[in-house]
Design a protein. Structure first.
Length: 647
């Protein structure tokens, strides 16, 4: 392969425009992965293990970037190999072996990967600083946080980028090696089979792996629940986003099966709507199947990911609000307008009126909750695990309608504790067990587990009665049976279940960041692929334009035919994405209504029409604009301007 590097370099110079998309995707991927590596080692972990982890968010973003980059590179090289089929056949006829053809394609990908890896590694400090500023602005890192620059992360990212380039071009190189010398005599303009045996194998293997992951996640054993990210409704939100992304990527692999039948159906009315241009658009879209699929696949990814991720985010936000309203037993909640806690005089005023105050709560941290002895070594491998707890002064049933899965809340007093059913299942705790812990003031205590409750968005996993603490914790919220007759200074009184819950706001904020981490790299790469495919397909259109001009087509008619074909392709992908979004959204809503919400509370089934429409329109505008822009040089050479003669 090394001996073919000069030939590959000459080929790339000739096709530098076609390879620009792969170079851009790889350079961006290397830069982002290197930036994440420079940040992960320095970004602080949250004190609360149940709190969102910015390091995991960054790692997920980098992993998704690498995965989508493989798609872009693989699509670019597959399209390039299909375009060069005649040239490859000539090389075979001249004596080139299949091994040499494969080595030539891999050498091209090696050169693209090397140059992109160097460029991405050099540019990585810029996205590292931008991501650090973003983490600080979103409250995920302290003020003054800076990335740690070193040679390790850029080097590893460059190696990963090179591996992505070779992996993306591997299947295309094997396909190029199977070209027969006799194909140099062919002049066919209709693409052959696009859903190859290799694609079938990889697609089915991916679906099997994704299905196994889904099943294992839905039936997670107890020991997996010990990871905080695997418990609670927020874990189901993350799981839904991951599953939606995996389903969409899996269906994108089957685009050669799904796109052509839908294109054929949508092309039927085009001759009546757009005349000859519509007829040509439909025929070209079907004849150039690989070009159509290469354009439709990234559009499908953009629209489907936008619809599914945004739809799931909106559904879980609606579920959070619905649960807060349905769980509220006290109609009003008092919280401090400034500061973390209610003033003592405020609490005395609330206590002074009989029947007004139902309960007060305060957030606290306990460590080492479990049946075993407490470890005193904070640096040991079995160091006590901290848990965020809610200290409740009063009857919990007077503040919330809790779904008790075992035990009973009337015993929630004194040295007692109630935990979520998932936390109890993770460690095998049962009602009546004595759980050793350290209270917020560091005092060791043995608490009796009196109840397990169904996990909810608005409550932490551990509930402590105020009587269990030797030193009281200042109350941050008061649940009221009615609205106070007179305003209380420094107190904000609101209806229960509104959006003012700071814990719910924090979880919703991180969910929005997770959506951004999924959408940003995926959409960027998909849009790069759309533009790249349109630019690469210009060469294929030269033959079509020559045929059209031979029968008297004008420049405007040719442009209309190209725009109609592009619109048909984008519409096909958008309709497929709409169908997938409808299915994933149905699964998300069902998960929420059966696994999270209880009683009569339900989340309605709705689709994010605005997000779907905007993403489809952006793809359509980019695809048509890039297609017509790249077509201008061809039209200029085919339809030269009339010469001006001097009278």
């Amino acid at each position: 392969m090394i001996a073919l590097v000069p030939v590959a370099a000459a080929t790339l110079r000739h096709r530098r425009t076609a390879m620009a998309g792969s170079f851009t995707a790889l350079a961006l991927g290397v830069a982002l992965i290197a930036a994440v590596g420079q940040l992960v080692a320095r970004v602080p972990d949250p004190v609360d293990p149940q709190a969102p982890s910015p390091a995991k968010l960054l790692q997920f973003m980098a992993g998704l970037t690498g995965l989508v980059a493989v798609f872009v590179v693989a699509g670019t090289f597959a399209f390039a190999v299909a375009q060069r089929r005649g040239e490859t056949a000539l090389l075979r006829a001249a004596g080139a072996t299949p091994q040499q053809i494969r080595a030539l394609i891999l050498a091209e990908s090696l050169l693209v990967g090397l140059t992109a890896a160097v460029a991405g590694a050099v540019l990585s400090p810029l996205p590292a600083r931008l991501l650090a500023s973003w983490l600080v602005s979103e409250g995920l890192a302290p003020s003054g946080f800076e990335p740690g620059f070193g040679a390790g992360p850029p080097l590893l990212a460059a190696v990963a980028g090179l591996a992505v380039a070779l992996l993306g071009a591997f299947a295309a190189s094997r396909r190029a090696g199977r070209v027969r010398p006799a194909e140099a005599l062919a002049d066919a303009v209709v693409d052959g089979r696009v859903m190859t045996v290799g694609r079938w194998v990889w697609s089915l293997l991916y679906l099997l792996a994704a299905g196994g992951y889904m099943i294992s996640s839905m039936n997670a054993p107890a020991y997996q629940l010990r990871a905080p990210g695997m418990r609670g409704p927020d874990s189901k939100a993350t799981w839904s986003l991951e599953m939606g992304t995996m389903v969409i990527i899996g269906l994108a692999m089957f685009a050669p099966l799904l796109v052509p039948p839908l294109v054929r159906a949508l092309a039927l009315p085009l001759p009546m709507l757009n005349g000859a241009a519509g007829l040509l658009a439909g025929r070209n879209a079907l004849a150039s199947a690989r070009r159509t699929i290469s354009t439709a696949t990234p559009v499908f990814l953009v629209v489907a990911l936008t619809g599914s991720v945004v739809g799931a985010g909106l559904a879980f936000a609606d579920a959070r609000d619905t649960e807060a309203r349905s769980m509220a037993a006290a109609p009003y909640v008092a919280s401090p307008s400034t500061g973390p806690a209610l003033a003592p005089e405020t609490l005395r005023a609330l206590h002074a009126k009989p029947g007004l105050l139902a309960a007060t709560t305060a957030s606290a941290m306990v460590t080492g909750l479990g049946v075993g002895p407490l470890s005193s070594d904070e640096n040991a491998a079995n160091a006590p695990i901290p848990y965020r707890a809610l200290v409740v002064n009063g009857d919990p049933a007077s503040a919330w309608r809790l779904h008790v899965t075992s035990g009973s809340l009337p015993q929630f007093t004194g040295a007692a504790v109630a935990v979520s059913s998932e936390l109890a299942r993770a460690y095998g705790w049962r009602v009546g067990d004595r759980l050793n812990t350290r209270l917020p003031d560091g005092t060791p205590a043995a608490l009796r587990l009196v109840a397990t409750v169904r996990p909810s968005f608005g409550l932490p996993e551990v509930l402590l009665p105020g009587s269990a603490l030797r030193r009281p914790v200042p109350a941050s919220r008061a649940y009221l049976a009615e609205r106070p007759a007179a305003p209380l200074p420094g107190v904000l009184v609101s209806a229960a279940g509104d959006r003012h819950d700071p814990d719910a706001a924090t979880a919703a904020h991180f969910q929005r960041l997770t959506i951004l981490a999924i959408l940003a790299p995926a959409l960027l790469y998909a849009l790069i692929a759309v533009v790249n495919t349109m630019v690469m397909s210009t060469r294929d259109r030269v033959r079509d334009i020559s045929a059209l001009t031979a029968v008297g087509a004008t420049r405007r008619q040719v442009s209309r035919a190209v725009a109609a074909e592009t619109t048909l392709t984008v519409l096909t992908a958008a309709l497929l994405a709409l169908a997938v979004t409808a299915l994933t959204q149905m699964a998300v809503v069902r998960t929420i209504n059966t696994s999270i919400l209880t009683g009569s509370a339900r989340v309605p089934y709705t689709l994010p029409w605005t997000a779907l429409a905007l993403s489809a329109l952006v793809c359509l505008a980019l695809a048509v604009l890039s297609a017509l822009t790249s077509l201008r040089p061809v039209l200029r050479s085919t339809f030269p301007p009339p010469s001006r003669t001097r009278a």
